[in-house]
Unconditional design. Sequence first.
Length: 112
Amino acid sequence: MGDALKYLIYFILGGLIVTLATYFGSEKKGLIAAFFAMFPFVTAFTIFTIYSAAGSQAVANYVRGLILLTPAWILYLVIIIYLIPKYNFWISLALGVIVYLIIASIIIFKIV
């Protein structure tokens, strides 16, 4: 399979996940939207593609990275939940992303 076709498949699958999450989220079915966004298929597919391209050591490094960055991601979500009733969507999202980037950068540069 050529690289262009592989990336097209990745793009379509990623778009499908985003589409399903957006559809259910806009129908006020947040739990179902979160289910699709967090479904292990996305991670499993990513693991498969990394394995196909670089082998098991690259997969192990990726999974370790996911585990190390999970606390920053959870804090990002908590910030949005806490701030969205007090501020608007954009401020809550921006602050969540900024905090995530700061914490993730600290984690990444401390370990790398």
